[in-house]
Ligand binder design. Structure first.
Ligand SMILES: Cc1cc2nc3c(=O)[nH]c(=O)nc-3n(C[C@H](O)[C@H](O)[C@H](O)COP(=O)(O)OP(=O)(O)OC[C@H]3O[C@@H](n4cnc5c(N)ncnc54)[C@H](O)[C@@H]3O)c2cc1C
Length: 425
């Protein structure tokens, strides 16, 4: 029986897989992308429901990040706007103006005047510091060494959650967290059409460059064979051969695909970052003044994304996201999470259910496949190759960044490493 032979098979059609596919396609390598879902995009997909564009939870692209510049270099056009900085914070059920903008700082009653002066100094310091110097510390250690003010500590944890989605300051590396806070300070964009608009452009370009896309098939086994190639077994019983594989699924699933004992790979101890989200479309906002809010003592996020990006067919409805950041040790009860998210929304938009077009809840979704811990850099000390011809990419496959930054950057790097090997450059 003849088997399909490829230069590269990419496992997964999310951001990382599609960035790799674009680079490999342009380089002329015979490339197949296999995606287990029927629709491509992974966690960057946008569902169109009742003419509303719902990202999977709130998605904001760092304006000054590597992801944005790599996507632009690949010819992807990203339109949308930055949310305004007027926001509220909620502490012990009481709303305060957030001291996150010069005007907010003056008006906010959350901090005393002395604390405000200290807070400005800390923000300036955080903006300028070299985040890499803090790779031996957790973010909690950094915060506790930076200020004795309990409220300023809480503000730093809140900014950290916002920038990284991590609610475990005692675990996350200060260096990665500070990098993401700095990226967040550089501003973000809510994307017109949702993140699917990025995926669709990447998909079309990949197809134009002769990359073949196969959806609805899952890769079940990866075997290194004697010829030096890789043999992939798919869920549809197909077997294919490839010189190289770029794997972009979760690190935890990789052991199973390789059929090796989990202890042999450094990825089995990696913990994901999880959250609960409530994605909502309304005909109107009961309180149009409340557009952005963060919990201080409770780990909540709320933002009306459609005020800054086109997120419905007619552009008239309101699409918003509520999110609750999970601690890795938290025990999650799905129905409770939904009630909590709905309750938080009720405090900001009372009576929102009267205007509901659509709402949906993911009580426990993986936001990032790896919570970056102190010392994680060693996992990546040998680049993105795990075994000869097998490369990893994805939001977990970068030592210094997470989220789309890591997915896009590692997708590019894995493709370049494959091209180097193939062409001997
Ligand atoms: C609620 C939420 C909010 C977020 N907000 C932001 C944000 O504001 N900013 C930001 O930068 N990032 C954000 N992210 C993170 C961002 O969406 C992800 O980091 C990024 O989309 C990950 O891309 P990826 O390609 O690494 O992984 P994925 O998108 O997970 O893609 C991997 C793909 O591989 C497929 N796959 C897995 N195993 C197999 C297999 N064996 N065979 C075939 N296919 C397989 C999966 O189906 C999936 O489609 C958010 C994520 C969530 C969930």
């Amino acid at each position: 029986m003849t088997q399909d032979r490829w230069d590269v098979v990419i496992v997964g059609g999310g951001l990382a897989g599609y960035v790799s596919a674009n680079i490999l396609g342009k380089a002329g390598l015979k490339t197949l992308l296999v995606e287990k879902a029927n629709k491509v995009g992974g966690r960057a997909k946008t569902d169109i429901v009742n003419n509303q564009y719902l990202n999977i939870g709130p998605h904001a692209l760092y304006k000054k990040g590597r992801a944005s510049s790599i996507l632009t270099d690949l010819g992807i056009t990203i339109t949308g706007n930055a949310p305004k900085k007027n926001s509220i914070i909620i502490y012990h059920d009481t709303p305060y103006i957030a001291p996150f903008s010069p005007k907010g700082l003056v008006q906010s009653k959350f901090l005393s005047w002395n604390e405000k002066i200290e807070w400005i100094g800390i923000l300036r310091k955080v903006q300028k510091l070299q985040s890499g110097l803090f790779s031996h510390k957790t973010f909690q250690q950094f915060v506790e060494e930076t200020t004795n003010s309990f409220k300023i500590q809480q503000l730093l944890y809140t900014l950290g959650r916002l920038a990284s989605y991590s609610h475990a300051p005692e675990k996350i590396s200060a260096s990665v967290m500070l990098t993401h806070i700095q990226l967040g300070m550089g501003g973000v964009v809510y994307v017109d059409g949702g993140w699917q608009s990025i995926i669709d452009q990447l998909h079309n370009q990949a197809v134009t460059n002769s990359v073949q896309i196969q959806t609805g098939s899952s890769v079940k086994h990866l075997n290194a064979i004697e010829s030096g190639e890789w043999q992939l077994k798919l869920s549809n019983q197909e077997t294919i051969l490839s010189k190289f594989i770029i794997y972009t699924g979760s690190p935890q699933a990789l052991n199973g695909l390789l059929g090796v004992p989990s202890k042999k790979l450094p990825f089995n101890q990696l913990e994901p970052i999880k959250a609960a989200t409530l994605d909502v479309a309304l005909t109107k906002l009961p309180n149009p003044n409340n557009l952005f809010a963060l919990g201080i003592d409770e780990p909540y996020y709320f933002s009306v994304h459609s005020n800054y990006a086109r997120l419905s067919h007619d552009g008239k409805s309101k699409v918003l996201h509520v999110l609750r950041y999970h601690h890795p040790n938290a025990h999650i009860n799905g129905p409770d999470e939904k009630l909590k998210l709905e309750g938080f929304l009720e405090t900001l938009q009372p009576g929102w259910k009267n205007y509901e077009i659509k709402s949906r809840c993911f009580p426990q979704i993986t936001v990032n496949c790896r919570l970056s811990k102190v010392g994680d850099e060693t996992i990546f000390s040998r680049g993105l190759s795990i075994a000869p011809g097998l490369y990893m990419a994805g939001d977990w496959a970068s030592p210094y960044v997470m989220l789309s930054e890591a997915a896009v950057e590692s997708g590019k790097q894995a493709a370049l490493e494959v091209i180097d090997k193939e062409t001997g450059v």
